[in-house]
Design a protein around this ligand. Structure first.
Ligand code: SAH
Length: 391
């Protein structure tokens, strides 16, 4: 009987160069020949049919190919399972002081477009490409064996799935998942809505930055873009006065509920637009010793970079003016399109324009459970600078 040949996708010389350069993505423009269906695991061939490795293939996304292996190594089930096991074992070594953390961080765990977050006994998964979506039942079965969860929820509702031609769904894939799950992060307990919360429920990528901020926070605290109070709840214990601001009424309700749950009655949460509120506060003459700025991604794409930089400059400049001498500003950007250098330049300009000399005390990124894959700048998205106003 004739052997069934595997599906293949041919790439251009430029595509081959990118793969050899270590990047896992090949864009549509570098695909020259497709003998596969969207969502299949394919063998990638370079010019003159050199075998470059196995990959997930998408027939809708601009990112056509996400490499799984290099050379002749085939991306079979044992290989996927070993990668899941390795990802989980790595997190074990981190001695994370939390019950919620990222178990699998996609490309950085060599499992492109797969996210797995742990919230205590529950896992939340996201499959963000056609190929990973097809593999999800197998991955789910492997996760049951590796992590022994009580339930696995698919939060397959991020917008990027639409670019892949995939539907938006939230469904239980295994066991059962309650309406609210309690997760602990350091000394703070959260009631998390895994089905409706932003991302998979919490901003897990900021956990270590909250820990770092706790080394400096003191006096009067202002947490801007607070969501459900991540920074505020962590820092308020050491700050006798603490305020949290978010534009969403739901978020403010959650901050209040979390403050009560954790016995932090002095944390005051209010609904406001940070841009307006910083201006208003400046006029009232109030000053702070610790300010956190953790806005949503202002630059969702390249075209919005100039506006995003203006936005970052505005809030940082105002926050610097609101700081007492000796005070700390914990300032973040999660826009991949604004890299560390650009963000640093914005902070420098804000310091000059606000006549506020600041020192850079720490330069940080997303937590170690969300590692950056060397040579793949797309995986370095979260910047967190801790600044100190000198005088
Ligand atoms: N700091 C949080 C995560 C922040 S996510 C944590 O550590 O968990 C960004 C938050 O900013 C969202 O909750 C969103 O509602 C809020 N937001 C967006 N635009 C805003 C604005 N202009 N003013 C105030 N809050 C805003």
């Amino acid at each position: 009987m004739e052997e069934v040949s595997p599906p293949t996708v041919g790439v251009s010389a430029r595509g081959e160069q990118r793969i050899r350069g270590g990047h896992p993505w090949i864009y549509r423009a570098d695909v020259v020949d497709v003998r596969a269906e969207g969502g299949e695991v394919v063998r990638v061939l370079g010019p003159r049919n050199r075998v470059l490795g196995d990959a997930l293939f998408s027939d809708r996304s601009q990112i056509s190919i996400r490499m799984l292996t290099r050379g002749e190594t085939s991306a079979d089930l044992p290989l996927l399972r070993a990668r899941l096991e390795r990802a989980a074992a790595y997190r074990e070594t981190l001695e994370i002081d939390a019950t919620a953390y990222r178990l699998v961080h996609a490309e950085a765990d060599l499992l492109p477009s797969l996210i797995v977050d742990r919230y205590g006994d529950y896992l939340v998964v996201q499959a963000l490409s056609q190929g990973m979506d097809r593999l999800l039942p197998l991955i789910t079965a492997m996760l049951v064996e590796i992590a022994a969860p009580a339930g696995i929820l698919a939060r397959n509702d991020p917008k990027v799935r639409a670019l892949e031609g995939l539907d938006q769904t939230v469904e239980v894939l295994y066991g059962s998942v309650p309406e609210l799950v309690v997760a602990r992060e350091g000394p703070v307990d959260y009631a998390v809505d895994l089905r409706k919360g932003q991302k998979t429920g919490l901003f897990l990528d900021q956990r270590e930055n909250r820990e770092a901020a706790a080394r400096y926070a003191r006096g009067r605290l202002l947490d801007c873009f607070s969501y459900n109070g991540g920074f505020a709840l962590r820092l308020a214990r050491q700050c006798p006065e603490a305020e949290a601001i978010d534009i969403s009424a739901d978020a403010v309700a959650r901050i209040r509920a979390n403050a009560e749950r954790n016995g932090i009655p002095h944390l005051e949460a209010r609904e406001a637009n940070v841009f307006d509120e910083l201006r208003r506060l400046e006029k009232t003459g109030v000053r702070y010793d610790t300010i956190v700025l953790d806005p949503p991604a202002f630059a969702k794409n390249k075209a919005s970079i100039p506006n995003a930089l203006a936005g970052y400059k505005e809030i940082n400049l105002r926050a610097m003016r609101l700081l007492n001498p000796g005070g700390y500003l914990v300032t973040c950007s999660c826009s991949y399109n604004v890299n560390e250098e650009m963000f640093g330049a914005v902070l420098h300009e804000a310091s000059i324009d606000s006549h506020t000399p600041v020192t850079i005390v720490e330069k940080r990124m997303q937590g170690r459970d969300h590692p950056v894959l060397a040579g793949v700048p797309e995986t370095y998205y979260l910047k967190c600078f801790i600044l100190r106003r000198v005088e």
